[in-house]
Design a protein around this ligand. Sequence first.
Ligand code: GAL
Length: 675
Amino acid sequence: MEKTILFPQIAGFVHGGDYNPDQWLDRPDILEEDVSLMKKAGVNCVTLGVFSWAALEPVEGEFHFEWLEEIVENLYQNGIYTVLSTPSGARPAWLDAAYPEAMRMSARGVRDHHGGRHNHCMSSPKYREMVEIIDRKLAQRLGSHPGVILYHISNEFGGECYCPHCAKRFREYLAERYDHDIEKLNHAWWTSFWSHHYNSFDQVEPPFENGERSVMGLNLDWKRFTTWSTNDFMEHEIRVLHSVTPDVPVTANFMRLFGGLDYRKMAPSIDMISWDNYPTYHNDWGTLEDTMVETAFQHAVMRSLKRGKPFMMMESAPGLVNWHRVNKLKRPGIHRLSCLQAIACGSDTVQYFQWRKGRGSYEQFHGAVVDHLGTDDTRIFREVAEVGDLLQKIAPAAGTLVQTRAALLFDWENRWAIWDVKALGEQTKRYEDTCRNIWETFFGLGVDMDVVGSDENLDQYDLVVAPMLYLLQPGVAGNLKKFVERGGQLVATYFTGYVDENLLCYLGGFPGDGLTDLFGVISEEIDSLYPTDRNAVVFPDGKQWEVKDFAEILRVKDAKVLGVYGSDFYEGTPAVTCKEYGKGKAYYVAARCEGKHMVPLFEQMMADAQIPVRRLPQGVECHVRSGEEGTYAFYLNAREEETKVPGVQGLDLVTGSRVEGELTLPGYGVAVVSV
Ligand code: GAL
């Protein structure tokens, strides 16, 4: 097994975060102190320049890189590396004043005013030109510095623009997609409905709020275009940087299951995946364990965007954030637990927003390693320094990977299609929650599933879950058949295979594209239940699963009926089926059931896939990372009380002592057992 260390210079885990010295250029004493505090905190890398445009180019054409060069060099001399960011995430006032086209237009076609961040037009030629100039200079001045290990492109890409440049590029994008044939677009968008036929691409507009929003195909293509356009902008930045320093890798920080962009389409353009992780610890709607498990799911999504490489947790909050509904402090011990969770799930970095709290403006009260108090003698600083120590102790695990034989299929386009479809129940579609609930249920059985696209290679998996795969991308049906044929265990649910990639319904029975053969069923009708309605799936042994929200009525062709509905006019008709197909099995669950009810089915699938069930004590999670140099089992206790985990053998790198059979985890404790 290959060891895939992200940064050979660091040869271990990265510990650091966003550093904004440009807010302190008039305080050399503070800048000096920063370096010594970083060393005390065990920081080995900082991210510089994320929003530095105004400090680098205070007026058009006048550049000041000296301060940044000095800081990068000084950090390097002190053993601290730099992730160098392009400044395109926020524009200086002079730029918007001179080139208003850099500012976005809203969905009502109104130009934004200057301000905020992350709000530039991705299509504006002038903005691209200005970005190109500053990025090139940045790469020329600093890209070859031995302290620079990575480029960070812009910041948290997102959002849409409805300006004339974007509208024009949207039309060009559509012309390309539909072979310059407007009738192909008309067919794909089913525009004979409501007389929405177009005579030429020139007539097509983005889905303005006060315009065309009733054509599902247009809405989905707009979302596809927004991803394409954002990625095109990002690639423009990467091209400029790489024309100067081709060997410096690049990343762009993602935001969990962000709904605005299809991250899977963007992942190939960057060298490593990074994301910003801000869970709502200690909230009033769930337990800490719930928050932890939800976060583990988000990490799995990121990990799976580039299988075969660790990812980066580019940002996280030391202490608290300032933008949750209630900004609660992380309780003592939770910082360590959450940082170790990222590592356990496959991150090779623990990075924070932010190193030092600024004195003013929007984020002055956002958590930071160094508070306004300005000393290392704070709870947060101590907890951060403790993480720094811990990362040193477990450094041999860097570069190893979470390897799994199970996957959950999750598609952004499917998600958008489900959001937009006029069907089911507005409040109960809950595609993401449904996926997460199933992922979490398997996690409770000891399976750390990947979360991959439906058209991805499934060769490494023996068990696949495909919830609500309403939209079938081309090739997916074949992919699933191949998977089951060679012995895979597959489960799909209600609302599978209704439409193709153009959102046109399959004729001849759902699930379409030949999947009725794989599952041996046809879904004839789908019933949506009111939130308080319940039905049940009843099994021959008398066991029942509660049904809520959706229930499909099936015709069974050649599958075995495992369970039937318990009530309503479809009482006694098939609800859960299984068909043996090739060497594997394809299950169909026609109704929405909570993961906890479906455990017997999941256990059966695991048994057939020869994946052992492992149930851990309540509140404990385990992730395993392995590579050529070893296998490391990470145990995390999300409970305040001490707990004991049976069946653990090996050397705990955290305590330095051997575990022989039973691991004792203190409250919020962590262990990294080399096995
Ligand atoms: C992130 C952003 C950072 C900072 C942080 C605060 O989304 O990238 O710049 O604003 O949130 O939590």
